[in-house]
Write a protein that binds this ligand. Structure first.
Ligand code: EPU
Length: 307
C-alpha cells in the first residue's frame, strides 16, 4: 500500500495536530546534504512524542513504510523518491540540549555542532569531535558517527528510544549493539535522545582541540555538497587513500564527481542525480575489487525507488 492512495495520506493528515508539520510530495533532495533524490509521499515533523507514537502506530496498522530523516548528511534518496512517510524529529521538543553536571542531555533532533558548542561553553570535554559533523544527534547515534579518532558511542551513557508501536524505554550502552559506523539496535528503534558523559576541562583546551579538528577538516575535505565519506574504511586501507591510489579522483558520472580533495567523497557539481551517484559508487567498487581485491561497502544509507 502506498500513500499515493489519497485517503491514507488524508487520514494521516487528520490524525496529527496543527503543531505537527505535515506536507505531501515533499522533495527530499533539499533535506539531504548531497542534494539529490525524489520526493517522499508524506513528510512530517511531529510536535511531540505522543504524535510520533501515533504516526508510527498508523504506519504499522496500515502497512505504510516510514523512515527517520536526520539532517540528511549520510543519506542518498533514489530519484523516484520514497513511497511512504519521512519523519523528521527537528521540532523544539526533540532538539533540546540540557546540561546536568558533567552530563549533556540531548534530543535526537539537536544539531551536533550545537552539542559541541554547548559542551565547550560549560567546560565539558569529550564531544569536541562532533563539531564539524553536519548531522543530528539521532543520526550520529544510528550511524555511530565518528571523526578525529572519536566515535559517538565512546561518550554515550544512555539512549532513550521508541519502538515501532510507540513504547519508550532507556537503554544503557551494554544493551545496545554498536559497531564501526552502525548501531544495529537503532535499525528497529528510534532514538529520541541521549545522555553524553563528558569530563570537565579548561575552556581554552577544548577550544584549541575544536579549532584543530576544524582546520584538519577544512584542509582535507571538500566544501561542495556531499554525503560525507561514501564508504566505510576497509581494514586494509582507508577508502579515501585506496581511491586516490587507484587514480580515481576526478572520475565523473553526470554531475557526480569523486572529490579532488578527498577520495572518499563524491560531490554534486549542482547537476547530479541519485542515479549518477549510484553509478559512480558502482564504478569505484568494481575498480577496488578488480584491481586490489578490496570490497568497498557504503557508509551512507540508500533508500527509495528508481525513477
Ligand atoms: N588519504 C589519501 N588520499 C585521499 C584521502 C585520504 O591518501 O584522497 C589518506 C590520508 O592522508 C590519511 C588516510 O588516507 O592518511 C585517512 O584519511 P583521513 O585522515 O582523511 O580519514 P578518513 O579515514 O578518510 C575518517 C572518517 C571521516 C572523518 C575523518 C577525520 C570514515 C569512513 N571516515 O576519514 O568521517 O571526518 O576520519 O577524522 O571513517 C564520515 O564518516 O562521513 C566522515 C567524513
Amino acid at each position: 500500500m502506498t500513500l499515493k492512495t489519497p485517503t491514507i495520506a488524508d487520514e494521516l493528515a487528520k490524525l496529527v495536530s496543527p503543531a505537527t508539520i505535515f506536507r505531501r510530495n515533499e522533495p527530499l533532495a533539499k533535506h539531504t546534504t548531497l542534494r539529490v533524490g525524489g520526493p517522499a509521499d508524506v513528510y512530517v515533523e511531529p510536535a511531540t512524542e505522543a504524535e510520533l507514537a501515533a504516526i508510527l502506530n498508523f504506519c504499522g496498522e496500515r502497512g505504510v513504510k516510514f523512515f527517520i530523516l536526520g539532517r540528511g548528511s549520510n543519506l542518498i534518496v533514489r530519484d523516484g523518491g520514497f513511497r511512504g512517510v519521512a519523519i523528521c524529529l527537528c521540532q523544539a521538543n526533540f532538539s533540546k540540549i540540557e546540561i546536568d553536571g558533567e552530563r549533556l542531555r540531548c534530543g535526537a533532533g539537536a544539531k551536533l555542532k550545537n552539542v559541541a558548542v554547548e559542551a565547550k561553553r560549560h567546560g565539558l570535554s569529550g564531544v569536541e569531535f562532533l563539531e564539524g559533523i553536519p548531522g543530528s544527534v539521532g543520526g550520529a547515534l544510528r550511524m555511530n558517527a565518528g571523526a578525529m579518532g572519536g566515535a559517538t558511542f565512546d561518550v554515550v551513557e544512555s539512549v532513550r528510544v521508541m519502538n515501532s508501536v510507540g513504547d519508550v524505554c532507556e537503554f544503557a550502552p551494554h544493551q545496545i549493539a554498536v559497531e564501526y559506523r552502525c548501531c544495529t539496535t537503532l535499525k528497529n528503534h528510534i532514538a529520541l535522545g541521549v545522555v553524553f558523559k563528558c569530563t570537565p576541562a579548561p575552556g581554552a583546551e577544548i577550544e584549541k582541540r575544536m579549532k584543530a579538528f576544524s582546520e584538519k577538516r577544512w584542509c582535507s575535505q571538500p566544501a561542495a555538497p556531499s554525503a560525507g565519506c561514501m564508504f566505510k574504511n576497509p581494514a586494509a586501507i582507508p577508502a579515501g587513500r585506496l581511491i586516490d591510489e587507484l587514480g580515481l579522483k576526478g572520475e565523473r558520472v553526470g554531475g557526480a564527481v569523486v572529490s579532488a580533495e578527498h577520495g572518499n567523497f563524491i560531490v554534486n557539481d549542482g547537476q547530479a542525480t541519485a542515479h549518477d551517484v549510484l553509478e559512480l559508487i558502482a564504478i569505484l567498487q568494481t575498480k577496488a575489487r578488480n584491481e586490489r581485491g578490496i570490497e568497498l561497502h557504503t557508509e551512507v544509507e540508500i533508500i527509495g525507488e528508481d525513477d
